[in-house]
Design a protein around this ligand. Sequence first.
Ligand code: UDP
Length: 234
Amino acid sequence: MAKEHKRPDGRGLTELRPMTAKVGVIPNADGSAMFAFGNTVAIAAVYGPRQLHPQHMQDPASGVLRVNYDLLSFSVYDRKKPGPSRRSQEISKVTEWALSPVIDLAAFPSTVIDVQIYIIQADAGTRTAGINAASMALAHAGIPMRDLICSVAVGKQDKALVVDLTKEEEDFEEGEGATDFAVAKVANSDEFTLLQLDGKIQPEIVKEVTRIGAEACKKIYEVQKKALKEVIEK
Ligand code: UDP
């Protein structure tokens, strides 16, 4: 059954959209990067570490990672109302959780590392593209990290598992409908830092979702590494 599923853009079930990545796209930031899955384009800028204000929010034992995710008004077909929303707050939070485990925040007590993520064009998978861009931007800023974080959405279309869904695929309604499972993992370990399910999935399939996600993350890691190397070699 799964093998018969045809994707609207003709991709294989576990084929990612074409990826583009570039490091150093915002000269005034301490670190920056762009990451795209097809028509989904994310830009991330890192500022800091710098002293956290107000002072009562400072943690003398650790720095704080503060992410602000924003889907820009004209990034989507139906103009999105500008400004923060429940959705943007949720994505900012899960992005902080996805990235924090690889960052040595204890090395920067009482400080904040600000990560601004802008989605300038959206065709689903924006939280995952944002995490990929932010991970590269943090490395570019010279923040001590034990590895990069790679992220992708694995989806279920009726009974077939597919990787890196487009908006059209997220809206799939046939059979069991569409499920979207965003995963993020530490590039060179089996540690997952985000597993976020939107929809329904049988518990016995979750292992296969993480396996497919981990395979896709290997390809994402290569793209991230290549973009970082291009800047270091310059
Ligand atoms: N989207 C939209 N308007 C909005 C929010 C989302 O058109 O206000 C679209 C956009 O293409 C986005 C997709 O819906 O990528 C899926 O959004 P979701 O909240 O599932 O997160 P994402 O897949 O982008 O991480």
